[in-house]
Design a protein around this ligand. Sequence first.
Ligand code: ACO
Length: 430
Amino acid sequence: MAEGKTATLTIDGKTWELPILSPTSGPDVIDIRKLYAEAGVFTYDPGFTSTAACDSTITFIDGEKGVLTHRGYPIGELAAQSHFLEVCYLLLYGALPSPRELEDFETIITRHTMLNEQIHYFFRGFRRDSHPMATMVGVVGAISAFYHDSTDVNDPEQREIAAHRLIAKMPTIAAMAYKYALGQPFVYPKNDLSYAANFLHMCFAVPAEPYHVNPVMARAMDRIFMLHADHEQNASTSTVRLASSSGSNPFACIAAGIACLWGPAHGGANQACLEMLREIGTVDRIPEYIARAKDKSDPFRLMGFGHRVYKNFDPRATVMKESADEVLDLLGEHDNETLKVAKELERIALQDDYFIEKKLFPNVDFYSGIILEAMGFPTSMFTPIFAVARTVGWISQWKEQLADPQLKIGRPRQLYLGEDVRDYVPIDKR
Ligand code: ACO
C-alpha cells in the first residue's frame, strides 16, 4: 500500500515523518497510527470528516464525481442489470457469482427466512403503536438469545451462518413489525417468491384472500433494496464496526446499526422527506420552504438534500427517480401531487445559489419515500425497509473487519476541555 511517500509533521521544531498510504481509488491517507506513541499528540476530527477509520475492499464512493461502486461495479450498472441477492453475494464474497453459486446462495437465504416461533411471543410485549424501528432494534438484538450456534465471532463458519440468517430473516422481522402495528396476523415467508416479492407478500397479504405480487412492484422493491445495500463507512456501518470491535455477537452489532440508522440525519431522512413534501403540499408553497432552509435562524433543512460525502448528484437518486416514474405510471398516478412537489422542489433548489454553493444535491431518500408511499407503505415503514436493505452492507463490513488479523477495539480519544483536577468540596461547604 505505501509507496514511500511521507508527510512531515513539525511541532515546536521537532519533526516526524508519517507514512502515506495510497488507495486503489480516492485520496491518499496519512498513517497516524504511531503518532501518539511517538509524538504524544492526538488528532482532532469530530464527525470523522477527514479520517479513514479502516481499510476496506467493499464499496467506493467519489463524492465529488457522484460515483458509487460495489467491488468495482458502478451502482447504475448493478441497478439496471443485477438484482438484490446477486448484489448481496457480490458484497459478501467480492465477486459476481456463477449461475451455480447464485442458485446455492439463493437457496441458503430462502431456507433461513423463518424465525424461531418463540419470537412471535416476544413481539407481543410491544405496544401496538410502537414505531417499527423500535420493534426492530429490540427484536434483532433479542435474536442473539435464540441462535446460540452462530454467535461465536471467532468461528468463521458461525460468522457465515449469522450473515445468512441476518440477510434472510430481516425482511421477516420488518414485515412482522408492520403487521403487528396494524393488528393483522403475521404472514409466514413464502420461499418460492423472490426476496423482494416475499417481503411484499409478508407485508400485504392477509390469510382471508389470495395476494399476487405485481412484478413491477417487486422490481421496484428489489431496486430500493439494491440501492441501499451498502454505502461505505457511513454512520450506521461505523456503529456496527465499533460495536463489533469489542467482540460482540453479530445480532447485537446489527441492532446497534439499526439504532443509528433510525435518526433523521441518516436512514430516518426518507420518512422526514416525505413528511416535508406533504407539509409543503402544493408547488406554490415551495419558495417559502426554500427560504426557510436558507435561513440560519430557522433549524429547518430540506430533507433529502445534501450528503456528507456526495458533493454532486447522489447516483442512487438518479435511479430512484426513474423508479418513482415507473411505479407511479403503473399505478396510474401521473398526477401524484407529492411527486409534482418533489420535482419542482428539485428544479428550484438546483438553480438556487445557496444550494449550488454548498453543493447540496438530492440524495437517495428524496425519491424513495414517494415510491414506498405509492406501494402502500406508511412513512413509519420507510426506515425499516432501509434497514432490511442495509443489513447485507453491515454484515459484509462486519465479516471483513473480523477477518482482519490487525483488528483492534475501536477506542477514540478526546480533546478534554473540562475542569482540571480539583479538591472535593463537602456538601456543607458548597
Ligand atoms: N438544507 C439546507 N441547508 C443544508 C442542508 C439541507 N438539507 N444540508 C446541509 N445544509 C447546509 C448547512 O446548514 C451547512 O451550512 P453552513 O456551512 O452555512 O453552516 C452546510 O450546508 C453544510 O452542512 P453540514 O450539516 O455541515 O454537512 P454534513 O456533511 O455534516 O451533513 C447531512 C450532511 C446530515 C446529510 C445534511 O446535508 C442534512 O442534514 N441533510 C438533510 C437530511 C438528509 O437528507 N439526510 C439523508 C442523508 S443520506 C442517507 O443517510 C441515506
